[in-house]
Design a protein around this ligand. Structure first.
Ligand SMILES: Cc1ncc(C[n+]2csc(CCOP(=O)(O)OP(=O)(O)O)c2C)c(N)n1
Length: 513
Protein backbone atom coordinates (compact mmCIF):
# COMPACT_ATOMS: atom_id res chain seq x y z
CA UNK A 1 0.00 0.00 0.00
CA UNK A 2 1.18 3.55 -0.62
CA UNK A 3 0.28 6.72 1.24
CA UNK A 4 -2.51 7.61 -1.18
CA UNK A 5 -4.19 4.24 -0.71
CA UNK A 6 -3.88 4.54 3.05
CA UNK A 7 -5.57 7.96 2.86
CA UNK A 8 -8.49 6.67 0.80
CA UNK A 9 -8.91 3.51 2.90
CA UNK A 10 -8.82 5.60 6.08
CA UNK A 11 -11.48 7.92 4.66
CA UNK A 12 -13.80 5.04 3.71
CA UNK A 13 -13.29 3.38 7.10
CA UNK A 14 -14.37 6.65 8.75
CA UNK A 15 -17.50 6.90 6.56
CA UNK A 16 -16.16 9.47 4.08
CA UNK A 17 -17.25 7.93 0.80
CA UNK A 18 -17.61 10.81 -1.68
CA UNK A 19 -14.77 12.80 -3.20
CA UNK A 20 -15.53 15.96 -5.19
CA UNK A 21 -12.41 16.32 -7.25
CA UNK A 22 -10.55 18.47 -9.71
CA UNK A 23 -7.06 16.98 -9.67
CA UNK A 24 -3.72 17.71 -11.29
CA UNK A 25 -0.28 16.14 -11.58
CA UNK A 26 0.49 16.42 -7.86
CA UNK A 27 -2.63 14.37 -7.01
CA UNK A 28 -2.08 11.51 -9.47
CA UNK A 29 -1.32 8.83 -6.84
CA UNK A 30 -4.54 9.81 -5.03
CA UNK A 31 -6.47 9.61 -8.30
CA UNK A 32 -5.05 6.10 -8.87
CA UNK A 33 -5.85 5.08 -5.30
CA UNK A 34 -9.57 5.82 -5.85
CA UNK A 35 -9.80 2.60 -7.87
CA UNK A 36 -7.50 0.43 -5.79
CA UNK A 37 -9.27 1.15 -2.51
CA UNK A 38 -12.99 0.30 -2.88
CA UNK A 39 -15.85 2.31 -1.40
CA UNK A 40 -15.08 5.85 -2.50
CA UNK A 41 -17.26 7.61 -5.13
CA UNK A 42 -15.23 10.11 -7.14
CA UNK A 43 -17.17 12.99 -8.71
CA UNK A 44 -15.47 15.29 -11.17
CA UNK A 45 -16.30 18.99 -10.97
CA UNK A 46 -15.03 21.39 -13.62
CA UNK A 47 -14.11 24.15 -11.18
CA UNK A 48 -12.93 23.90 -7.59
CA UNK A 49 -15.69 26.18 -6.34
CA UNK A 50 -18.05 23.43 -7.46
CA UNK A 51 -16.05 20.81 -5.48
CA UNK A 52 -16.18 22.84 -2.26
CA UNK A 53 -19.80 23.94 -2.66
CA UNK A 54 -20.86 20.38 -3.44
CA UNK A 55 -19.00 19.11 -0.37
CA UNK A 56 -20.92 21.71 1.67
CA UNK A 57 -24.30 20.63 0.27
CA UNK A 58 -23.46 16.95 0.70
CA UNK A 59 -22.54 17.32 4.37
CA UNK A 60 -25.48 19.59 5.19
CA UNK A 61 -27.77 16.80 4.00
CA UNK A 62 -25.89 13.68 5.07
CA UNK A 63 -24.31 14.93 8.30
CA UNK A 64 -21.05 13.37 7.07
CA UNK A 65 -18.13 15.16 5.46
CA UNK A 66 -17.21 14.62 1.84
CA UNK A 67 -13.60 15.02 0.81
CA UNK A 68 -12.53 17.41 -1.88
CA UNK A 69 -9.42 16.81 -3.95
CA UNK A 70 -7.90 19.95 -5.39
CA UNK A 71 -4.65 20.94 -7.03
CA UNK A 72 -2.10 22.92 -5.02
CA UNK A 73 -2.62 26.54 -3.94
CA UNK A 74 -4.38 27.78 -7.09
CA UNK A 75 -6.87 24.91 -7.05
CA UNK A 76 -7.64 25.53 -3.40
CA UNK A 77 -7.90 29.27 -4.03
CA UNK A 78 -10.56 28.65 -6.68
CA UNK A 79 -12.56 26.81 -4.03
CA UNK A 80 -12.20 29.33 -1.21
CA UNK A 81 -15.44 31.31 -1.64
CA UNK A 82 -17.56 28.23 -1.12
CA UNK A 83 -15.32 27.08 1.72
CA UNK A 84 -16.10 30.45 3.27
CA UNK A 85 -19.81 29.63 2.96
CA UNK A 86 -19.19 26.17 4.44
CA UNK A 87 -17.31 27.77 7.34
CA UNK A 88 -20.25 30.08 8.01
CA UNK A 89 -22.61 27.08 7.82
CA UNK A 90 -20.45 25.10 10.27
CA UNK A 91 -20.31 22.33 7.70
CA UNK A 92 -17.81 19.49 8.07
CA UNK A 93 -15.62 19.42 4.96
CA UNK A 94 -12.28 17.63 4.46
CA UNK A 95 -10.16 19.32 1.81
CA UNK A 96 -7.31 17.30 0.48
CA UNK A 97 -4.89 19.56 -1.37
CA UNK A 98 -2.02 18.06 -3.30
CA UNK A 99 1.40 19.68 -3.20
CA UNK A 100 4.79 19.26 -4.80
CA UNK A 101 7.00 16.45 -3.47
CA UNK A 102 8.71 17.57 -0.26
CA UNK A 103 12.14 17.39 -1.92
CA UNK A 104 10.92 19.54 -4.86
CA UNK A 105 9.73 22.40 -2.63
CA UNK A 106 13.13 24.16 -2.67
CA UNK A 107 12.85 24.57 -6.46
CA UNK A 108 9.96 27.01 -6.19
CA UNK A 109 8.35 25.51 -9.29
CA UNK A 110 5.69 27.56 -11.09
CA UNK A 111 2.67 26.09 -9.26
CA UNK A 112 4.24 26.35 -5.80
CA UNK A 113 2.64 28.70 -3.27
CA UNK A 114 1.99 29.04 0.44
CA UNK A 115 -0.95 26.65 0.74
CA UNK A 116 -1.17 26.88 4.54
CA UNK A 117 -1.71 30.63 4.28
CA UNK A 118 -4.35 30.19 1.60
CA UNK A 119 -6.19 27.53 3.57
CA UNK A 120 -6.06 29.04 7.04
CA UNK A 121 -8.75 31.74 6.93
CA UNK A 122 -11.42 29.31 5.71
CA UNK A 123 -10.31 26.27 7.72
CA UNK A 124 -10.68 25.47 11.39
CA UNK A 125 -7.90 22.88 11.06
CA UNK A 126 -4.91 22.80 8.69
CA UNK A 127 -2.06 20.31 8.50
CA UNK A 128 0.67 19.62 5.95
CA UNK A 129 1.49 15.92 5.80
CA UNK A 130 5.17 15.13 6.40
CA UNK A 131 5.46 11.49 5.28
CA UNK A 132 3.55 8.60 3.76
CA UNK A 133 3.80 6.82 7.11
CA UNK A 134 1.78 9.60 8.74
CA UNK A 135 -0.77 10.09 5.96
CA UNK A 136 -3.48 7.68 7.15
CA UNK A 137 -3.32 9.13 10.65
CA UNK A 138 -3.38 12.67 9.27
CA UNK A 139 -6.52 11.86 7.29
CA UNK A 140 -8.19 10.30 10.34
CA UNK A 141 -7.33 13.47 12.30
CA UNK A 142 -8.66 15.69 9.50
CA UNK A 143 -11.97 13.84 9.42
CA UNK A 144 -12.31 13.99 13.20
CA UNK A 145 -11.44 17.71 13.13
CA UNK A 146 -14.11 18.39 10.51
CA UNK A 147 -16.70 16.71 12.72
CA UNK A 148 -15.78 18.60 15.86
CA UNK A 149 -19.08 20.24 16.86
CA UNK A 150 -20.64 22.18 15.30
CA UNK A 151 -18.57 21.14 12.24
CA UNK A 152 -15.76 22.87 10.43
CA UNK A 153 -13.53 22.89 7.36
CA UNK A 154 -10.38 20.78 7.76
CA UNK A 155 -7.61 21.05 5.19
CA UNK A 156 -4.93 18.41 4.73
CA UNK A 157 -2.04 19.28 2.40
CA UNK A 158 -0.46 16.19 0.87
CA UNK A 159 2.88 16.39 -0.99
CA UNK A 160 3.08 13.89 -3.82
CA UNK A 161 5.90 11.83 -2.28
CA UNK A 162 3.70 11.31 0.78
CA UNK A 163 1.14 9.86 -1.64
CA UNK A 164 3.43 7.52 -3.59
CA UNK A 165 5.82 6.34 -0.84
CA UNK A 166 4.96 3.03 0.85
CA UNK A 167 2.65 3.18 3.86
CA UNK A 168 1.97 0.34 6.28
CA UNK A 169 -1.80 0.50 6.61
CA UNK A 170 -4.88 2.66 6.88
CA UNK A 171 -5.58 4.43 10.18
CA UNK A 172 -8.51 3.59 12.41
CA UNK A 173 -11.22 6.26 12.66
CA UNK A 174 -10.94 8.63 15.62
CA UNK A 175 -13.71 8.69 18.20
CA UNK A 176 -15.83 11.73 17.34
CA UNK A 177 -16.25 14.52 19.88
CA UNK A 178 -19.88 14.82 21.01
CA UNK A 179 -21.78 18.05 21.54
CA UNK A 180 -21.42 19.17 25.16
CA UNK A 181 -24.61 19.29 27.21
CA UNK A 182 -25.78 22.72 28.34
CA UNK A 183 -25.49 23.15 32.11
CA UNK A 184 -28.71 22.74 34.08
CA UNK A 185 -28.09 26.15 35.69
CA UNK A 186 -28.09 27.83 32.27
CA UNK A 187 -31.42 26.21 31.36
CA UNK A 188 -32.87 27.18 34.76
CA UNK A 189 -31.66 30.78 34.35
CA UNK A 190 -33.39 31.09 30.96
CA UNK A 191 -36.50 29.42 32.41
CA UNK A 192 -36.49 32.09 35.13
CA UNK A 193 -36.53 34.86 32.51
CA UNK A 194 -39.34 33.11 30.64
CA UNK A 195 -41.43 32.75 33.81
CA UNK A 196 -41.35 36.53 34.27
CA UNK A 197 -43.52 36.79 31.14
CA UNK A 198 -41.64 39.85 29.94
CA UNK A 199 -41.19 40.39 26.18
CA UNK A 200 -38.62 37.80 25.15
CA UNK A 201 -37.53 36.37 21.80
CA UNK A 202 -35.57 33.16 21.36
CA UNK A 203 -33.39 33.38 18.27
CA UNK A 204 -32.89 29.91 16.84
CA UNK A 205 -29.96 28.79 14.71
CA UNK A 206 -27.87 25.75 13.78
CA UNK A 207 -29.22 22.47 15.14
CA UNK A 208 -32.25 24.27 16.64
CA UNK A 209 -33.58 24.38 13.08
CA UNK A 210 -33.85 20.60 12.89
CA UNK A 211 -37.38 19.23 13.19
CA UNK A 212 -36.69 18.16 16.78
CA UNK A 213 -35.22 21.54 17.67
CA UNK A 214 -38.11 23.48 16.15
CA UNK A 215 -40.63 21.29 17.98
CA UNK A 216 -38.88 21.75 21.31
CA UNK A 217 -38.65 25.51 20.74
CA UNK A 218 -42.35 25.69 19.83
CA UNK A 219 -43.21 23.87 23.05
CA UNK A 220 -41.16 26.44 25.01
CA UNK A 221 -43.04 29.23 23.25
CA UNK A 222 -46.41 27.57 23.94
CA UNK A 223 -45.56 27.28 27.63
CA UNK A 224 -44.12 30.75 28.11
CA UNK A 225 -45.67 33.02 25.47
CA UNK A 226 -42.24 34.03 24.20
CA UNK A 227 -41.59 34.74 20.54
CA UNK A 228 -39.41 32.56 18.31
CA UNK A 229 -37.35 33.76 15.38
CA UNK A 230 -34.92 31.94 13.14
CA UNK A 231 -31.58 33.25 11.91
CA UNK A 232 -31.73 34.97 8.51
CA UNK A 233 -29.65 32.51 6.48
CA UNK A 234 -29.91 29.00 7.83
CA UNK A 235 -27.46 26.33 6.73
CA UNK A 236 -30.35 23.89 6.99
CA UNK A 237 -33.90 24.26 8.23
CA UNK A 238 -36.79 21.82 8.16
CA UNK A 239 -40.06 23.36 7.01
CA UNK A 240 -43.58 22.54 5.88
CA UNK A 241 -46.94 21.40 7.22
CA UNK A 242 -46.65 19.91 10.69
CA UNK A 243 -43.30 21.58 11.45
CA UNK A 244 -43.24 24.78 13.55
CA UNK A 245 -42.38 27.72 11.34
CA UNK A 246 -41.07 30.71 13.27
CA UNK A 247 -40.62 34.06 11.55
CA UNK A 248 -37.22 34.71 9.99
CA UNK A 249 -35.05 37.57 11.22
CA UNK A 250 -35.18 40.11 8.33
CA UNK A 251 -32.09 40.75 6.21
CA UNK A 252 -31.99 44.54 6.16
CA UNK A 253 -30.77 45.85 9.53
CA UNK A 254 -33.47 48.51 9.95
CA UNK A 255 -36.12 45.81 9.62
CA UNK A 256 -34.22 43.36 11.82
CA UNK A 257 -33.80 45.96 14.58
CA UNK A 258 -37.50 46.77 14.33
CA UNK A 259 -38.38 43.09 14.56
CA UNK A 260 -36.32 42.75 17.75
CA UNK A 261 -37.39 46.04 19.34
CA UNK A 262 -39.63 45.78 22.38
CA UNK A 263 -37.88 42.73 23.79
CA UNK A 264 -36.46 42.85 27.28
CA UNK A 265 -34.53 39.67 26.61
CA UNK A 266 -33.17 37.95 23.57
CA UNK A 267 -32.07 34.37 24.10
CA UNK A 268 -29.72 32.69 21.67
CA UNK A 269 -30.28 29.01 20.95
CA UNK A 270 -27.64 27.95 18.45
CA UNK A 271 -27.68 31.39 16.80
CA UNK A 272 -24.93 33.98 17.05
CA UNK A 273 -25.37 37.47 18.48
CA UNK A 274 -27.11 38.91 15.38
CA UNK A 275 -25.31 41.60 13.40
CA UNK A 276 -26.03 43.62 10.27
CA UNK A 277 -24.80 41.93 7.09
CA UNK A 278 -22.97 45.18 6.21
CA UNK A 279 -22.03 48.37 8.02
CA UNK A 280 -24.36 51.16 6.90
CA UNK A 281 -23.78 54.76 7.90
CA UNK A 282 -25.85 55.64 10.96
CA UNK A 283 -27.00 52.07 11.62
CA UNK A 284 -25.50 50.00 14.43
CA UNK A 285 -23.64 46.77 13.68
CA UNK A 286 -25.39 44.81 16.39
CA UNK A 287 -29.10 44.20 15.88
CA UNK A 288 -30.02 43.57 19.51
CA UNK A 289 -31.68 46.84 20.57
CA UNK A 290 -30.11 49.06 23.27
CA UNK A 291 -31.18 48.08 26.74
CA UNK A 292 -32.24 44.57 25.74
CA UNK A 293 -30.47 41.82 27.68
CA UNK A 294 -28.81 39.06 25.66
CA UNK A 295 -28.66 35.55 27.08
CA UNK A 296 -27.25 32.37 25.62
CA UNK A 297 -29.12 29.13 26.12
CA UNK A 298 -26.86 27.10 23.85
CA UNK A 299 -23.88 27.91 21.67
CA UNK A 300 -23.69 26.47 18.14
CA UNK A 301 -21.34 23.67 19.27
CA UNK A 302 -23.44 22.65 22.25
CA UNK A 303 -26.38 20.25 22.49
CA UNK A 304 -28.94 22.84 21.42
CA UNK A 305 -31.83 20.43 20.94
CA UNK A 306 -31.18 18.84 24.33
CA UNK A 307 -31.18 22.30 25.95
CA UNK A 308 -34.48 23.27 24.29
CA UNK A 309 -36.04 19.94 25.31
CA UNK A 310 -34.89 20.46 28.88
CA UNK A 311 -36.20 24.03 28.86
CA UNK A 312 -39.59 22.78 27.67
CA UNK A 313 -39.56 20.18 30.43
CA UNK A 314 -38.74 22.56 33.28
CA UNK A 315 -41.44 24.95 32.03
CA UNK A 316 -44.00 22.13 32.05
CA UNK A 317 -44.64 22.70 28.34
CA UNK A 318 -47.40 20.87 26.47
CA UNK A 319 -46.30 17.77 24.61
CA UNK A 320 -47.32 19.24 21.25
CA UNK A 321 -47.22 22.85 20.15
CA UNK A 322 -49.20 24.46 17.31
CA UNK A 323 -47.83 23.73 13.85
CA UNK A 324 -48.74 25.04 10.39
CA UNK A 325 -51.60 23.20 8.73
CA UNK A 326 -51.22 21.71 5.26
CA UNK A 327 -52.03 24.64 2.98
CA UNK A 328 -50.56 25.32 -0.39
CA UNK A 329 -51.12 28.43 -2.51
CA UNK A 330 -53.29 28.10 -5.59
CA UNK A 331 -51.41 27.24 -8.77
CA UNK A 332 -50.73 30.69 -10.27
CA UNK A 333 -51.55 31.97 -13.70
CA UNK A 334 -50.68 35.10 -15.69
CA UNK A 335 -47.68 37.32 -15.03
CA UNK A 336 -44.44 35.73 -13.92
CA UNK A 337 -42.95 37.65 -11.01
CA UNK A 338 -41.40 36.68 -7.64
CA UNK A 339 -44.87 36.20 -6.11
CA UNK A 340 -46.20 33.89 -8.85
CA UNK A 341 -42.85 32.10 -9.01
CA UNK A 342 -43.00 31.45 -5.25
CA UNK A 343 -46.60 30.29 -5.52
CA UNK A 344 -45.80 27.90 -8.37
CA UNK A 345 -42.98 26.30 -6.43
CA UNK A 346 -44.84 26.13 -3.11
CA UNK A 347 -47.88 24.65 -4.90
CA UNK A 348 -45.96 21.97 -6.78
CA UNK A 349 -42.88 21.02 -4.74
CA UNK A 350 -43.02 17.34 -3.76
CA UNK A 351 -42.90 16.11 -0.20
CA UNK A 352 -39.32 15.70 0.97
CA UNK A 353 -37.97 18.28 -1.48
CA UNK A 354 -34.62 19.89 -0.72
CA UNK A 355 -34.80 23.57 -1.63
CA UNK A 356 -31.40 25.12 -2.29
CA UNK A 357 -32.08 28.81 -2.09
CA UNK A 358 -29.74 31.22 -3.80
CA UNK A 359 -32.59 33.25 -5.18
CA UNK A 360 -31.39 36.59 -3.77
CA UNK A 361 -34.11 39.20 -4.36
CA UNK A 362 -36.46 36.91 -6.32
CA UNK A 363 -37.14 34.39 -3.56
CA UNK A 364 -38.75 36.70 -1.00
CA UNK A 365 -42.41 35.68 -1.37
CA UNK A 366 -41.66 31.94 -1.59
CA UNK A 367 -40.72 31.33 2.05
CA UNK A 368 -44.05 32.26 3.64
CA UNK A 369 -45.97 30.45 0.89
CA UNK A 370 -44.13 27.17 1.53
CA UNK A 371 -44.82 27.00 5.28
CA UNK A 372 -47.83 24.73 4.60
CA UNK A 373 -46.29 22.70 1.76
CA UNK A 374 -45.28 19.10 2.41
CA UNK A 375 -42.34 18.66 4.79
CA UNK A 376 -39.11 19.76 3.13
CA UNK A 377 -35.61 21.03 3.84
CA UNK A 378 -34.17 24.44 2.93
CA UNK A 379 -30.49 25.23 2.51
CA UNK A 380 -29.53 28.92 2.31
CA UNK A 381 -26.47 30.92 1.35
CA UNK A 382 -24.82 31.25 4.75
CA UNK A 383 -21.72 33.27 4.05
CA UNK A 384 -22.96 35.67 1.40
CA UNK A 385 -20.31 34.54 -1.12
CA UNK A 386 -22.47 34.04 -4.19
CA UNK A 387 -22.01 31.05 -6.48
CA UNK A 388 -23.12 28.48 -3.94
CA UNK A 389 -26.47 27.39 -5.31
CA UNK A 390 -25.63 25.07 -8.22
CA UNK A 391 -22.76 23.32 -6.38
CA UNK A 392 -24.69 22.92 -3.12
CA UNK A 393 -27.64 21.46 -5.02
CA UNK A 394 -25.25 19.03 -6.68
CA UNK A 395 -23.83 17.82 -3.37
CA UNK A 396 -27.27 17.61 -1.73
CA UNK A 397 -28.52 15.42 -4.60
CA UNK A 398 -25.59 13.04 -4.16
CA UNK A 399 -26.30 12.84 -0.42
CA UNK A 400 -30.04 12.22 -0.94
CA UNK A 401 -30.61 10.42 -4.25
CA UNK A 402 -34.22 9.62 -3.36
CA UNK A 403 -35.25 13.21 -2.68
CA UNK A 404 -35.93 15.88 -5.28
CA UNK A 405 -33.54 18.80 -5.09
CA UNK A 406 -34.92 22.11 -6.31
CA UNK A 407 -32.43 24.91 -6.82
CA UNK A 408 -34.00 28.35 -6.71
CA UNK A 409 -31.17 30.17 -8.37
CA UNK A 410 -30.60 33.88 -9.04
CA UNK A 411 -29.08 34.43 -12.47
CA UNK A 412 -26.10 36.60 -11.51
CA UNK A 413 -25.09 34.26 -8.70
CA UNK A 414 -25.62 31.25 -10.92
CA UNK A 415 -23.04 32.39 -13.44
CA UNK A 416 -20.21 32.00 -10.89
CA UNK A 417 -20.39 28.21 -10.80
CA UNK A 418 -22.59 27.22 -13.72
CA UNK A 419 -20.19 24.35 -14.46
CA UNK A 420 -21.97 22.39 -11.72
CA UNK A 421 -24.73 21.70 -14.25
CA UNK A 422 -22.30 19.49 -16.15
CA UNK A 423 -21.62 17.43 -13.01
CA UNK A 424 -25.38 17.14 -12.47
CA UNK A 425 -25.73 15.82 -16.02
CA UNK A 426 -22.81 13.41 -15.77
CA UNK A 427 -24.03 11.99 -12.45
CA UNK A 428 -27.69 12.15 -13.57
CA UNK A 429 -28.73 13.90 -10.37
CA UNK A 430 -32.37 14.67 -9.58
CA UNK A 431 -31.95 18.44 -9.50
CA UNK A 432 -34.59 20.77 -10.90
CA UNK A 433 -33.25 24.29 -11.24
CA UNK A 434 -35.37 27.40 -11.60
CA UNK A 435 -33.20 30.30 -12.71
CA UNK A 436 -34.68 33.60 -11.55
CA UNK A 437 -33.77 35.53 -14.65
CA UNK A 438 -34.14 39.21 -13.78
CA UNK A 439 -31.04 40.00 -15.84
CA UNK A 440 -29.63 42.23 -13.16
CA UNK A 441 -27.63 42.30 -9.98
CA UNK A 442 -30.91 43.56 -8.50
CA UNK A 443 -29.75 43.61 -4.90
CA UNK A 444 -26.96 46.00 -5.84
CA UNK A 445 -29.48 48.26 -7.57
CA UNK A 446 -31.56 48.19 -4.38
CA UNK A 447 -28.50 48.94 -2.28
CA UNK A 448 -27.57 51.87 -4.54
CA UNK A 449 -31.09 53.28 -4.17
CA UNK A 450 -30.95 52.78 -0.39
CA UNK A 451 -27.74 54.80 -0.36
CA UNK A 452 -29.57 57.60 -2.21
CA UNK A 453 -28.11 56.89 -5.65
CA UNK A 454 -31.47 56.69 -7.41
CA UNK A 455 -30.18 57.84 -10.77
CA UNK A 456 -26.99 55.86 -11.32
CA UNK A 457 -24.69 56.90 -14.16
CA UNK A 458 -24.02 54.87 -17.27
CA UNK A 459 -21.07 53.02 -15.79
CA UNK A 460 -22.78 52.32 -12.47
CA UNK A 461 -25.77 50.92 -14.37
CA UNK A 462 -23.53 48.79 -16.55
CA UNK A 463 -22.09 47.15 -13.44
CA UNK A 464 -25.51 46.07 -12.16
CA UNK A 465 -27.31 45.14 -15.39
CA UNK A 466 -26.72 41.71 -16.93
CA UNK A 467 -27.72 42.68 -20.46
CA UNK A 468 -26.73 43.12 -23.20
CA UNK A 469 -25.86 40.51 -24.13
CA UNK A 470 -28.70 38.40 -22.82
CA UNK A 471 -27.52 35.25 -21.02
CA UNK A 472 -29.29 32.36 -22.77
CA UNK A 473 -29.78 29.96 -19.92
CA UNK A 474 -31.52 27.29 -21.96
CA UNK A 475 -28.57 27.19 -24.37
CA UNK A 476 -26.08 27.18 -21.51
CA UNK A 477 -27.87 24.31 -19.81
CA UNK A 478 -28.14 22.27 -22.99
CA UNK A 479 -24.47 22.89 -23.71
CA UNK A 480 -23.64 21.37 -20.34
CA UNK A 481 -25.88 18.35 -20.84
CA UNK A 482 -28.97 19.53 -18.95
CA UNK A 483 -32.32 20.02 -20.72
CA UNK A 484 -33.39 23.63 -20.47
CA UNK A 485 -36.70 25.39 -21.12
CA UNK A 486 -37.86 28.95 -20.79
CA UNK A 487 -40.92 30.22 -18.93
CA UNK A 488 -42.30 33.65 -19.84
CA UNK A 489 -45.52 33.38 -17.84
CA UNK A 490 -46.64 31.77 -14.61
CA UNK A 491 -48.59 29.26 -16.72
CA UNK A 492 -45.38 28.29 -18.55
CA UNK A 493 -43.55 27.86 -15.28
CA UNK A 494 -46.28 25.66 -13.82
CA UNK A 495 -46.36 23.49 -16.95
CA UNK A 496 -42.57 23.08 -17.09
CA UNK A 497 -42.22 22.53 -13.36
CA UNK A 498 -44.92 19.86 -13.27
CA UNK A 499 -43.11 17.97 -15.99
CA UNK A 500 -39.58 18.48 -14.65
CA UNK A 501 -40.50 17.31 -11.16
CA UNK A 502 -41.75 14.01 -12.56
CA UNK A 503 -38.67 13.25 -14.64
CA UNK A 504 -35.48 11.75 -13.26
CA UNK A 505 -32.21 13.59 -13.78
CA UNK A 506 -31.41 17.28 -13.91
CA UNK A 507 -33.29 19.98 -15.75
CA UNK A 508 -33.38 23.76 -15.82
CA UNK A 509 -36.19 26.25 -16.26
CA UNK A 510 -35.32 29.84 -17.00
CA UNK A 511 -38.04 31.94 -15.38
CA UNK A 512 -38.09 35.33 -17.11
CA UNK A 513 -38.89 37.89 -14.43
C1 LIG B 1 -18.20 36.10 -4.23
C2 LIG B 1 -19.05 37.31 -4.29
N1 LIG B 1 -18.81 38.23 -5.24
C3 LIG B 1 -19.58 39.32 -5.31
C4 LIG B 1 -20.59 39.54 -4.41
C5 LIG B 1 -21.38 40.82 -4.43
N2 LIG B 1 -22.74 40.57 -4.83
C6 LIG B 1 -23.72 40.37 -3.92
S1 LIG B 1 -25.17 40.08 -4.61
C7 LIG B 1 -24.53 40.23 -6.15
C8 LIG B 1 -25.37 40.08 -7.36
C9 LIG B 1 -26.63 39.33 -7.15
O1 LIG B 1 -27.32 39.24 -8.37
P1 LIG B 1 -28.22 38.01 -8.66
O2 LIG B 1 -27.56 36.78 -8.20
O3 LIG B 1 -28.62 38.05 -10.09
O4 LIG B 1 -29.48 38.24 -7.71
P2 LIG B 1 -30.47 39.50 -7.67
O5 LIG B 1 -29.86 40.50 -6.75
O6 LIG B 1 -30.63 40.01 -9.06
O7 LIG B 1 -31.74 38.96 -7.12
C10 LIG B 1 -23.19 40.51 -6.12
C11 LIG B 1 -22.34 40.67 -7.31
C12 LIG B 1 -20.79 38.55 -3.43
N3 LIG B 1 -21.72 38.65 -2.51
N4 LIG B 1 -20.02 37.45 -3.41
Amino acid sequence: MNGAESLIRTAVAAGVTVCFANPGTTEMPLVAALDSAPGMRAVLALFEGVCTGAADGYARMSGKPAMTLVHLGPGLANGLANLHNARRANTPVVNVVGDHATWHAFADAPLASDIVSLASPMSGWVRACKSALALGGDMADAIAASLKPPGQVATLIVPSDCQWDPAPSAATPRVPVQRAAVAGQTVERVAEFLRRKRPLTILLGGAALSEKGLRAAARVAAASGCKLMVETFAARIERGAGIPSPERLPYFPEQAIKALTGNEFIVLAGAKDPVAFFGYQGIPSRLVPEGCALETLARPEEDIVGALDELARVLGAPVEAPVPAAKRPAVPSGKLDPASLGAALAALQPEGAIIVDESATSGGPYGAMAAGAGPHTCLALTGGAIGQGFPTATGAAIACPNRRVIALQADGSGMYTVQALWTQAREQLNVTTIVCSNRAYRILQIEAARAGNTEPGRQARSLTELHPPEIRWTDLARGLGVPGVRADTADDLVKHLERALKEPGPSLIEAIL
